[in-house]
Ligand binder design. Structure first.
Ligand SMILES: NC(=O)c1ccc[n+]([C@@H]2O[C@H](COP(=O)([O-])OP(=O)(O)OC[C@H]3O[C@@H](n4cnc5c(N)ncnc54)[C@H](O)[C@@H]3O)[C@@H](O)[C@H]2O)c1
Ligand SMILES: [Zn+2]
Length: 366
């Protein structure tokens, strides 16, 4: 079991990573209960995760009023309609200002539950129990909460930190392989942006990672959370340095969108985007060609795509990419913003990169 803190003035909170935590009712109770202030708890989960892990969480909450909302699975449920459904559910079950919400699921459940928590009765406590790798290393930490709008993803939301994050790598045993690999893309990202030793650790432990080895996963999740916690503590609202977490994402978001949401998982699009970002880094920041190769090889070994496939090549053209990136949230004052690496673990936020360089790079990939 390993614990670390996200240090934010007045709202610091622990992240606990423990392999087998959910199956161990006594330890889970000991870890959960100190974070629950009142006598009411509402768990938000979904149709997939609920049947797998809900009983274990409920078993640790004996003696409390526990109500459960099962939302529909998938990104398409991250809407204001589900948010409203959650509000109706909480009010219907008479939850009050001292209730605690628990998000049990992946990033979709976590983002929605967090947004509900941020506004129910002007804000109530919430605990994240992330069950996807992406949620364990990324979305459950940092306090970005949101729902989607027909005009775009995450357009309605709030910065709202949980009171605790409890991650159990054992839950990843039931995660579909593509979802697992998509989470690994974000893991690799942390190595590139901040932790060259993590990058080498990933290269060395590929097989253990692919086998979902509990000890290796615990180590990896803690290191990733430590980086995210450090970056978020310094810049909670992404006015500057927090943007480094978007390495590969300017390209990745555009690929995800142009290919049609659902073709690539987010992490898969980010993997392709990171290869593009590495190639851009080689051109504008002196990132060594052998490091571009190591990054590409690592992603491939972890089961991730590193280039566009035939189907997406039909729609992901250079012009479409430039256009889509121009509309991305990462544009500041009309200038495209990229995160580029000069070394493994050394990145900078750049908004001075010539459009021509980007276009030229894309013409080799699209
Ligand atoms: N808040 C943030 O900082 C942040 C950061 C990154 C991504 N996100 C958001 O996170 C969401 C994506 O999260 P995600 O990748 O976890 O997707 P997800 O929540 O849709 O989960 C992926 C799939 O795995 C299923 N699942 C979850 N846990 C499982 C388990 N243990 N066993 C079997 N199946 C399981 C889910 O039901 C779903 O079908 C997006 O909405 C994205 O916008 C938020
Ligand atoms: Zn991402």
């Amino acid at each position: 079991m390993q614990e670390l803190m996200v240090e934010i003035p007045q709202r610091s909170y622990p992240i606990l990573v423990a392999d087998g935590l959910l199956a161990d009712a006594q330890t889970l109770r000991a870890q959960l209960r100190p974070h629950i202030r009142g006598s009411q708890v509402a768990i938000i989960t979904n149709d997939i995760v609920g049947p797998l892990y809900l009983d274990q969480v409920v078993a640790a909450l004996d003696g409390l009023q526990v109500d459960v909302l099962h939302m529909r699975d998938g990104e398409s449920a991250k809407t204001l309609a589900t948010y409203e459904q959650a509000m109706d559910f909480l009010l219907g079950a008479r939850h009050n200002r001292s209730t605690s919400l628990i998000a049990l699921g992946g990033g979709v459940v976590g983002d929605l539950c967090g947004f509900v928590a941020s506004t129910f009765q002007r804000g109530v406590d919430f605990i994240q129990i992330p069950t996807t790798l992406l949620a364990q290393v990324d979305s459950s930490v940092g306090g970005k909460t949101a729902v989607n709008h027909p005009q775009g993803k995450n357009l309605i939301g709030a910065f709202y930190q949980p009171v605790a994050v409890l991650a159990d790598p054992a839950t990843l045993s039931t995660l579909p392989p593509r979802e697992y690999a998509a989470g690994l893309a974000e893991v690799v990202k942390y190595g590139v942006i901040d932790d060259p030793e993590l990058f080498v650790f990933l290269e060395d432990r590929c097989d253990a990672l692919l086998a979902k080895d509990g000890a290796v996963l615990t180590e990896v999740i803690v290191r990733c959370c430590a980086i995210k916690a450090k970056v978020v503590s310094a810049d909670e609202r992404e006015s500057g340095r927090r943007a480094i977490l978007n390495f590969g994402h300017t390209f990745g978001h555009a690929i995800e969108k142009l290919s049609g949401y659902g073709h690539w998982l987010h992490g898969e699009a980010v993997a392709i985007g990171m290869v593009m970002a590495a190639q851009l880094s080689q051109r504008v920041a002196g990132f060594a060609p052998d490091k571009v190769e190591r990054l590409t090889a690592l992603l491939a070994k972890l089961g991730l795509p590193t280039e566009l496939d035939q189907q997406s090549l039909k729609v992901v053209t250079v012009a479409a990419m430039m256009d889509a990136m121009g509309l991305d949230k990462k544009v500041v004052d009309g200038r495209l913003r990229f995160i580029v690496a000069s070394e493994l673990g050394e990145v900078a936020v750049r908004d001075d990169i010539d459009d021509g360089v980007v276009r030229d790079l894309l013409s080799q990939c699209c």
